[in-house]
Design a protein. Structure first.
Length: 206
């Protein structure tokens, strides 16, 4: 079986959805929110209020490299859901999808941060290990995001932390369906198996 890769983290923060929405929906504050530390500055194209279809550009710094992404808003449901799809300045919104979901829970808010990547891998061994390693890397970068949000609303650290090594289903539903003719699937799996085994051997030796 083939599946998209990604990760989902969530935690309960002692603050209202409205207070947290004020932060996550203000993309110019994402440099202070993003736990990865990669987001350096954000500007909204045309300076218009955010809505579905709006684009904001992000100055990124990762592993010594500066680059710019152009992110198209794909979900805008104040004060509960916000998602954007990453892309290039010349082609906004063609890659991975990120989201925040806010739900009232136990006198606070369940904050869920998720990402659906455009990488498609088989779900069986050894590819399952590769999918898990990718997911854990992204989850580790999102967990500090929850801490940052709690600190920014003067709340205690998040509680009841949950990590799922899969992308949110509502995000993968926005990506192309994984439906191809049977012969193509077999050929893709055989090719992926050969490549995956090579990656696995290198990983085991490292």
């Amino acid at each position: 079986m083939l599946a998209y890769t990604g990760a989902t983290v969530s935690g309960r923060i002692n603050a209202s959805p409205e207070a947290l929405w004020e932060l996550v929906s203000d993309v110019e504050r994402h440099p202070q929110i993003a736990g990865s530390g990669e987001v350096q500055a954000v500007t909204i194209r045309d300076g218009r209020p955010l809505r579905v279809g709006a684009v904001f550009e992000s100055q990124q710094f990762m592993r010594g490299i500066h680059y710019v992404t152009a992110n198209r808003v794909v979900i805008w449901e104040p004060p509960y859901r916000f998602a954007w799809r990453v892309g290039l300045p010349s082609a906004p919104g063609i890659a991975q999808i990120w989201s925040f979901t806010l739900r009232p829970e136990a006198n606070g808010t369940r904050v869920t941060n998720g990402v659906a990547l455009i990488y498609v891998l088989p779900t069986f061994f050894p590819f399952s290990l590769i999918r898990k390693k990718l997911a854990q890397g992204y989850a580790n970068s999102m967990l500090p995001t929850l801490d940052n949000l709690a600190r920014m609303v003067n709340a205690p650290p998040p509680t009841d932390i949950q990590v799922i090594n899969e992308p949110p289903a509502d995000l993968t539903a926005m990506l192309p369906p994984l439906i191809v003719p049977g012969a193509t699937i077999v050929a893709a799996l055989l090719a992926a198996a050969a490549g995956g085994m090579a990656v696995w051997r290198r990983w085991r030796r490292s």
